[in-house]
Write a protein that binds this ligand. Structure first.
Ligand SMILES: Nc1ncnc2c1ncn2[C@@H]1O[C@H](COP(=O)(O)OP(=O)(O)O)[C@@H](O)[C@H]1O
Length: 288
């Protein structure tokens, strides 16, 4: 087990059980005293608990390609909470050829955002399934992506911390274009070798490729929305719709900005330090 210096208590979770989302943030506020106010999460009640009595509820923000999935997934292993990436939920829905799949394919392949109704219903379904398996707490990656989504989330549960990962835009494009997924095991890799020189007082950045083991090599696929045109559109939409979330959470005193200093070997220990966490297992294996 990894030793965690900051969160020593085993914690329980506030639940989000089912949802029928209203697209209006105004409707996000659940008002138990007024039965006429509709919650975006439908008829389900959310239990708000003191953070000391439940597991962590964190959000990861950051542009496409910044590495939210990588670091959120590592932290979820360390903290024992599920890593819930709404992009993965969307891709699972696409692959399922369910009723939404055709509509979603078009939206995703244009780099556009899926509607709040659909994304919140996918998220609520995932949280409900996790709850049935006894999961508690979460690290959200890719949600919220708009102020409306953030207000809806705020209306139903408490977020403890929002980590905003940052990289220069030129690196983000290269990283998205280098992304590969093993079609068999589902693991993510990156074939891009990044070497950006420091400019205008900003430090240079180097990232070694994250290459797959030989048995995954022939099974690598590229996400259909990782083409240069779609990546640029996703970055444009991120800057327009998601960047305002930084101020939103800053004003709530929940934002932690983190400029990635390089690839995983440089960034992971620094991120743990910033979060006041200790990856005991990793230190042990490094020392062995
Ligand atoms: N919270 C969300 N709101 C709307 N659409 C979303 C959301 N999360 C994911 N999506 C859809 O899924 C796609 C892939 O998401 P993701 O894997 O998070 O990509 P990215 O690499 O751009 O961060 C997005 O381009 C968008 O169409």
């Amino acid at each position: 087990m990894a030793a965690i210096t900051r969160f020593s208590k085993p914690l329980a979770l506030s639940h989000i059980r089912r949802c029928l989302c209203s697209s209006s943030a105004a409707a996000a506020v659940s008002d138990e005293s007024n039965p006429h106010v509709t919650s975006p999460f439908g008829n389900y009640k959310i239990t708000r608990r003191d953070p000391s009595e439940r597991n962590v509820q964190w959000v990861f923000l950051g542009s496409p390609g910044v590495g939210k999935g990588t670091y959120a997934s590592r932290l979820s292993n360390l903290l024992g909470v599920p890593h819930i990436a709404t992009g993965d939920l969307v891709r699972e829905e696409l692959a399922s050829s369910g009723p939404l799949s055709k509509q979603l394919t078009e939206i995703v392949n244009q780099g556009k955002l899926v509607s709040d109704e659909i994304i919140i219903s996918l998220l609520a379904e995932r949280l409900e399934a996790g709850e049935a398996k006894g999961q508690s707490g979460f690290i959200l990656d890719g949600f919220p992506r708009t102020i409306n989504q953030a207000e809806i989330l705020e209306g139903v549960t408490d977020i403890d911390l929002v980590v905003n990962l940052r990289l220069p835009e030129s690196v983000l494009i290269e990283k998205c274009l280098g992304r590969r997924i093993c079609s068999q095991c589902g693991k993510n890799f990156n074939v891009a070798s990044i070497n950006v020189k420091g400019q205008n007082g900003n430090p240079g950045i180097s990232m070694a490729p994250l290459l797959p083991p030989s048995h995954c090599m022939s099974k690598l696929v590229t996400r259909s929305d990782d083409t240069e045109k779609v990546v640029k559109e996703r970055l444009r939409i991120y800057n327009e719709k998601s960047q305002p979330l930084e101020d939103y959470y800053l004003n709530k005193g929940k934002l932690m900005e983190f400029d990635l200093p390089g690839g995983i070997p440089e960034s992971w220990p620094k991120l743990l330090e910033a979060l006041n966490l200790d990856d005991f297992e990793e230190r042990q294996s490094a020392a062995a």
